[in-house]
Structures are given as structure tokens and as C-alpha cells.
Design a protein around this ligand. Structure first.
Ligand SMILES: [Zn+2]
Length: 75
């Protein structure tokens, strides 16, 4: 269960937390991931996708998706 978007492949970024006294420790920024049911290869599947991909229309959800409106994913 890696924290990686299954559409764009975006994963966590790593960096340093720096306190006011300039103590440096590792930290990570996770991707804003969501489990969604989407149309993948003609069938429904639960995939983990980032919020950017959902908002930009790269994920077609079954209820509002391609089979109802003839919409193609913005690949
Ligand atoms: Zn994504």
C-alpha cells in the first residue's frame, strides 16, 4: 500500500523539518490520496488517486462516467 497515485504516479516528497533553533529532522509530505471507484479498462475498480487527478477529470467515476455521457478520460 504505497502512498502513490495510480494515475500520475505521484508519491511522497521528503525534506527536513527545521525548528526555530534550527534543529533539523526528516519529514515527508504525503500526496492527497483518495480511494475512489473508477472506470479502469472498461470495468469498475477501486484505485488510489490524488486529488489533482480527480479534479482535473483524469478519473471517470462509474455513476457519472463514460458509459452514461460518452465522456472520455482526459489522458
Ligand atoms: Zn495523480
Amino acid at each position: 500500500m504505497a502512498r502513490v497515485c495510480e494515475i500520475c504516479g505521484k508519491g511522497p516528497r521528503f525534506g527536513n523539518k527545521i525548528s526555530h533553533a534550527h534543529n533539523v529532522t526528516k519529514r515527508r509530505w504525503n500526496v492527497n490520496l483518495h480511494q475512489v471507484r473508477a472506470i479502469v479498462n472498461g470495468g469498475n475498480a477501486r484505485i488510489k488517486v490524488c486529488a489533482d487527478c480527480i479534479r482535473s477529470g483524469k478519473v471517470i467515476k462509474p455513476a457519472t462516467g463514460a458509459s452514461n455521457r460518452g465522456v472520455q478520460p482526459a489522458a
